[in-house]
Design a binder for this molecule. Structure first.
Ligand SMILES: [Zn+2]
Ligand SMILES: [Zn+2]
Length: 287
């Protein structure tokens, strides 16, 4: 036998999740040593939200001119479908620049602010019924003095997070002609779901190609799928308590309305599978 029994068994299942390939030299797992988080690890550390804490608040922070109201409401609809929770978009928050620790980005020389300062402001104003507050900002962010930049930063203990859209446009990324129109929506959706996943207690995934894979560059981030692997889906379902088929139906409706046919087709396929009685699992262990 070449690999673990459970991995061989997965290979025999049609439409099985894809194992995460070995990292390239500059990929996240070549730089960071991460051992992964099993479902049991998650359950030991995760705290289920109180029944009254069922709303995700999306808080625009210094986004004037970068994200339209339509864009924010589209991202809210995605977050609602993905997490099966109510979502509210808050009025924009404008922060005094002098209240934020800032520096020049080490890799680009462009202005950057300390993500922790934004997280502190979000935590101070967190509503009592919040599952979490997720800031979305046009500032480029750094999470720690020795880290060049971050697409987002989150605190599971405080249930707040912030994502940046700065690296999805010039000077970090040119709006090249011919680039698919939905790419920015998918990038924003991916980072929002990833950071709320961290807030929910999901660590980086090292098992499969998964939305919770770490990424150290925009190219690596773009390679992450827009969905969770079965292990991380099970963790989220344990935490939130949603109906898996209803969630796939919501995601199918969202991606179909957004005109993203491959994502809509994937969700529809999973919905069909979720509504089908599974065949008997192969016996992996004998007693
Ligand atoms: Zn992450
Ligand atoms: Zn995963």
């Amino acid at each position: 036998m070449d690999g673990p029994a459970w991995l061989d068994a997965l290979g025999a299942i049609e439409d099985a999740p894809q194992p995460l390939p070995a990292p390239g030299a500059h990929d996240w797992l070549a730089i960071h040593e991460e051992r992964g988080q099993t479902f049991d690890d998650f359950v030991r550390s995760a705290v289920r939200p109180h029944a009254s804490e069922r709303t995700i608040y999306i808080q625009p922070v210094d986004t004037e001119g970068s994200l339209s109201d339509t864009c924010l409401s589209t991202l809210a609809a995605f977050a609602g479908a993905f997490f099966q929770l109510a979502v509210r978009v808050q009025p924009p928050l404008v922060l005094e620049r002098s209240s934020l620790l800032s520096r020049a980005a080490p890799d680009a020389g462009t202005p950057q602010v300390y993500a922790g300062d934004i997280l502190a402001r979000l935590y101070a104003g967190k509503p009592a019924d919040a599952f979490c507050v997720l800031g979305i900002t046009a500032h480029d962010l750094f999470p720690h003095p020795i880290v060049s930049f971050a697409f987002g930063e989150a605190s599971a203990a405080c249930r707040v997070g912030v994502v940046s859209v700065a690296r999805y446009g010039p000077p970090f990324c040119e709006d090249a002609p011919g680039r698919p129109p939905g790419e920015r929506l998918k990038r924003c959706s991916r980072v929002i779901a990833h950071e709320i996943g961290h807030i929910a207690g999901l660590a980086h995934c090292v098992y499969f190609r998964c939305l919770m894979n770490g990424s150290s560059s925009l190219a690596e981030s773009d390679r992450r799928p827009l969905h969770l692997c079965p292990i991380d889906l099970r963790k989220l379902q344990w935490l939130v308590g949603f109906d898996v088929a209803e969630r796939y139906a919501s995601l199918h409706g969202f991606w179909r309305a957004a005109g993203e046919d491959p994502e809509a087709a994937w969700a529809e396929q999973r919905l069909l599978a979720a509504n089908t009685v599974p065949p008997a699992m192969p016996v992996l262990f004998s007693r």
